[in-house]
Design a protein around this ligand. Structure first.
Ligand SMILES: C[S@@+](CC[C@H](N)C(=O)[O-])C[C@H]1O[C@@H](n2cnc3c(N)ncnc32)[C@H](O)[C@@H]1O
Length: 251
């Protein structure tokens, strides 16, 4: 579904998901509060002891860019790449203005306008955004010391192809953080292309097992865990997911 993320509704949902404060995303004093602040939490997976001067980071499937902006606190330069032109144009505007404007959907056509300013200590000049396909990244992107791939693998047609490029675009010692709830949909990934969620030769295969097997020749895994996240659809409806997260170091 190549243009799924190019609608005004998806754009608004992702702006709220990435930049809305806690009370905007979850305007109730009950509910899954631990699922708030996902993008910041995920960047917390970066192993700072391995970073060095001049570190380059890639946020693959960056959407409207929150992870890219958070990464600039740890890395010298950050590139955010996403297939959706709508998302990338929005991320570029946020970079230029430092401002994010969105609607907090309430019910039907009712909504409340909100605006958020990025913290002034974020050096926005060190982030760049470009439209691109994770399955066919240009060689000109260069090599990276940190790559975050958040909730991308179950939204591409050929996840194995994306994973197979990681060796070429990382330097030895680079860290790769892969995270996904592995919500496989036929519209994005044909069943035969999926990484897991099936029984093969009598054995249950999970997607993260396959990711680990495919990366093993070039990367070693140092951490595995779970991170919840929450997307507000409207004031009274939310999607909560629990992403499986792994951290790998390039051999
Ligand atoms: C589920 S969203 C996750 C966005 C963001 N990483 C996050 O966690 O909030 C999936 C993102 O992957 C992007 N995407 C899908 N297929 C892609 C591809 N082939 N190359 C690059 N980005 C892609 C979509 O446009 C969308 O922004």
């Amino acid at each position: 579904m190549p243009d799924y993320y190019d609608t005004a509704t998806q754009l608004n949902e992702y702006l709220v998901f990435h930049y809305g404060n806690d009370a905007s995303v979850l305007p109730w004093d009950f509910g899954p509060v631990k699922a708030l602040g996902f993008h910041k939490r995920l960047v917390g997976w970066v192993d700072k002891s391995r970073l060095h001067t001049g570190c380059r980071a890639l946020d693959l499937g960056c959407a409207v860019g929150r992870i890219s902006f958070e990464l600039v606190r740890a890395c010298e330069s950050v590139v955010g790449v996403d297939y959706s032109t709508t998302f990338v144009e929005s991320a570029k505007k946020i970079k230029e203005s430092g401002l994010v404007t969105f609607q907090l959907a309430r019910e039907g056509n009712l909504s409340t306008s909100a605006q958020v300013r990025l913290p002034s200590d974020l050096v926005r000049e060190r982030v760049s955004f470009c439209q691109g396909d994770a399955e066919n990244l240009p060689v000109s992107l260069g090599k990276f010391d940190v790559i975050i791939m958040a909730n991308l693998l179950d939204r591409v047609g050929h996840p194995r192809k994306v994973l197979s490029r990681l060796r070429d675009i990382t330097r030895p010692g680079a860290q790769v953080i892969i995270c996904s709830p592995f919500t496989w949909w036929d519209e994005f990934t044909e069943p035969e292309e999926r990484l897991g969620g099936f029984i093969q030769e009598g054995k249950e295969v999970t997607s993260m097992d396959t990711v680990a097997d495919l990366l093993e020749p070039d990367f070693h895994q140092t951490k595995i865990g779970d991170e919840p996240f929450l997307i507000r659809q409207h004031e009274r409806k939310f999607f909560m997911s629990v992403a499986c997260v792994g951290l790998w170091i390039r051999r």
